[in-house]
Design a protein around this ligand. Structure first.
Ligand code: CTP
Length: 131
C-alpha cells in the first residue's frame, strides 16, 4: 500500500493539523511527516515557532494517523526527502496549490482543502490581543 508524505511547521498544534493528517492517511497505509526546523520556519514565515522543534515533533508523533516524523531542514531538499522516504503520494493543504507540481514525476501530488477558520497565525494573534 502507498506511503504518504506531508510537510509543515505544525506550530501551536490545532484541529486543522489533525484534519490534514487524517485525510492524508486515507491515501495510503502509512503517513510520514516532515517537520520544518526552527531555522526553516524563520526563513519561511519570518518568525520563530512558539513551540520548539522537539515539542512539535513529540506532539505530531503522538497523533494516531502519523507513522513517522523527520526534520525538514531545507525547502530545496524536498525532492530528496520524497525519494529517501519512498513516498508514493505527497499531500499538502491547498494554500500550497500548484507549488509542488514539479514532483509529479516522482509521486502523486494532492492538495486538500484547508480546514476553515483556523490557523497558527490567527491563534497567536488572538492570544496576543487578550488583555
Ligand atoms: N492546514 C490545513 N488547515 C488549516 C491549517 C493548516 O489543512 N486550517 C494544513 C496546511 O495546508 C499545511 C499543514 O496544515 O499543509 C501545515 O500547515 P502550517 O503552516 O503548519 O499551519 P498553519 O496553521 O497554516 O500555520 P500559519 O498560520 O503559521 O501559516
Amino acid at each position: 500500500m502507498a506511503r504518504v508524505i506531508t510537510f509543515g511547521t505544525f506550530d501551536v498544534f490545532h484541529v486543522g493539523h489533525v484534519n490534514i493528517f487524517k485525510r492524508a492517511r486515507e491515501y495510503g497505509s502509512s503517513l510520514i511527516v516532515g517537520v520544518s526546523s526552527d531555522e526553516l520556519n524563520i526563513n519561511k514565515k519570518g518568525r520563530a515557532p512558539i513551540y520548539s522543534l522537539k515539542s512539535r515533533m513529540e506532539i505530531i508523533e503522538a497523533i494516531k494517523y502519523v507513522d513517522e516524523v523527520f526534520v525538514e531542514e531545507s525547502l530545496e531538499l524536498k525532492r530528496q526527502y520524497i525519494l529517501d522516504k519512498k513516498a508514493d503520494v505527497l499531500v499538502m493543504g491547498n494554500d500550497w496549490e500548484g507549488r509542488f507540481d514539479e514532483f509529479k514525476d516522482i509521486c502523486e501530488v494532492r492538495y486538500l482543502p484547508r480546514t476553515p477558520s483556523v490557523s497558527t497565525t490567527e491563534i497567536i494573534e488572538v492570544i496576543r490581543d487578550i488583555r
